[in-house]
Design a protein around this ligand. Structure first.
Ligand SMILES: [Zn+2]
Length: 164
């Protein structure tokens, strides 16, 4: 199991370099398995490698209820997005207990490499779209706090404290 890095760790503010399948810094298949296990152990639906302190341009997505569907996205990119914006709640394993609504495109078409280095392409909408974009932000050194106003963030943080 990998250890989750909490904000404001420097690696969460770092743009992660492309994963080189010809000269990998870490075994991509082992990384995928360890990341999925860690995500499920924390009840997450997405986890980026820099959230566990690993500088690899990849994230995993999936749901514990359907573990077979969990997969890794190496060198992910958005190739098209639909302008319509959806304003849905997001959480982040690096910000325990904080939930805030974030506006993001409703639908995207994305490309990535699987853990064998094969290129894949698919469309995502709803929470899968939102999750893909949230995790892609991590690889750019962007966190969800950057996507909302200071006031909205302060309110979300206050709500967390009340729950304790
Ligand atoms: Zn996150």
């Amino acid at each position: 199991m990998l250890k989750i890095v909490n904000f404001p760790a420097t690696i969460l503010r770092t743009k992660i370099d492309e994963f080189d399948f010809d000269n990998p810094s870490i075994d991509p298949i082992e990384l995928e398995q360890a990341m999925i296990a860690t995500m499920f152990a924390h009840d997450g639906i997405g986890l980026a490698a820099n959230q566990v302190g690993i500088s690899a341009r990849m994230f995993v997505m999936g749901h514990k209820d359907n573990p077979e569907s969990a997969q890794a996205f190496f060198n992910p990119m958005v190739v098209a997005s639909i302008d319509t914006i959806e304003d849905l709640e997001e959480g982040c394993l690096s910000f325990p207990g904080i939930y805030v609504n974030i506006k993001r495109p409703k639908k995207i078409k994305a490309r990535w490499q699987n853990s064998k280095g094969e290129w894949q392409e698919s469309e995502f909408d709803g929470y899968n779209c939102k999750c893909f974009l949230h995790e892609l932000d991590h690889l750019e050194g962007i966190v969800f706090q950057d996507r909302v106003s200071t006031l909205k963030w302060a309110m979300a943080v206050k709500k967390t404290k009340k729950r304790k």
